[in-house]
Design a protein around this ligand. Structure first.
Ligand code: PGA
Length: 251
């Protein structure tokens, strides 16, 4: 009913030459693993090299951010049109690191999501609670709020191109993974928010990933959960063996 998506998020790692080498290493390891979509979201400057390296394989290339304006005086930013012309198919939006370090808000996440979708990109929209919010008991409220804010003015038709990644902030890059039940629960809140906005059918068809210290050891258990339809993977996407093992777990 809905498709698994295993996506790497390289963050600020890998030069273009290293990107090419890593993708060449990964290609044979993930070849024919077609039970999920396989995506690598890479730094903007790596995009041409990554697309070249991934050509003819089942690896799709994504960006890590997109600006919400079509063009203009926004020094340092990259538009959806630029990404599309470069051959990018996916883009990560609203990652917690961007929310934390680069002033990303629920409103700009929404604007970026709309810009990406209107350009025909697939949006991987990130939501997630901090440890403090979890301990205060606000996880469900926060996840539903972030999800609904991000998807405001998105059409039912465009939801086909939306993937949501539930990434508890306390689990990102910390080595602390949410338990499979916590991941399932968080993803369930996200899906419930989608259902409240778009109805049960669209919610049932929407891919909701888990992200936060997913690796080759814990992927199978996380992916076995009803509401976990894939992963957004940071650290483990920088190693071909670990990433391909996660792809294997999604088969
Ligand atoms: P991590 O990062 O797998 O290194 O925890 C996940 C993410 O930030 O998307």
């Amino acid at each position: 009913m809905r498709r698994y998506v295993i996506a790497g998020n390289w963050k600020m790692n890998m030069t273009p030459a290293k990107a090419q080498a890593l993708i060449n290493e990964m290609k044979p390891l993930v070849a024919g693993k077609d039970n999920c979509d396989i995506v690598l979201c890479v730094p903007a400057i790596d995009i041409p090299a990554a697309i070249e390296a991934a050509k003819g394989s089942n690896i799709k290339i994504g960006a890590e951010n997109v600006h919400f304006k079509a063009s203009g005086a926004y020094t340092g930013e990259i538009s959806a049109e630029m990404l599309v012309e470069a051959g990018v198919e996916y883009v990560v939006i609203g990652h917690s690191e961007r929310r934390q370090y680069f002033g990303e808000t629920d409103q700009t996440v929404n604007l970026r999501t709309l810009a990406a979708l209107n350009a025909g990109l697939k949006a991987i929209v990130c939501v997630g609670e901090t440890l403090e919010q979890r301990e205060l008991g606000y996880t469900e409220t926060l996840l539903k709020f972030q999800t609904k804010m991000a998807l405001t003015n998105v059409t039912a038709e465009q939801m086909k191109n939306v993937i949501i990644a539930y990434e508890p902030v306390w689990a990102i890059g910390t080595g602390v993974t949410a338990t499979a039940d916590q991941a399932d629960e968080g993803n369930g809140y996200v899906r419930a928010a989608v259902a409240e906005m778009f109805g049960a059918d669209i919610a049932a068809q929407t891919t909701v990933q888990y992200g936060g210290s997913m690796n080759d050891k814990n992927a199978a258990e996380l992916l076995s959960k009803e509401n976990v339809d894939g992963g957004l993977i940071g650290g483990a996407s920088l190693k071909s063996a670990a990433f391909s093992a996660i792809v294997d777990a999604a088969q």
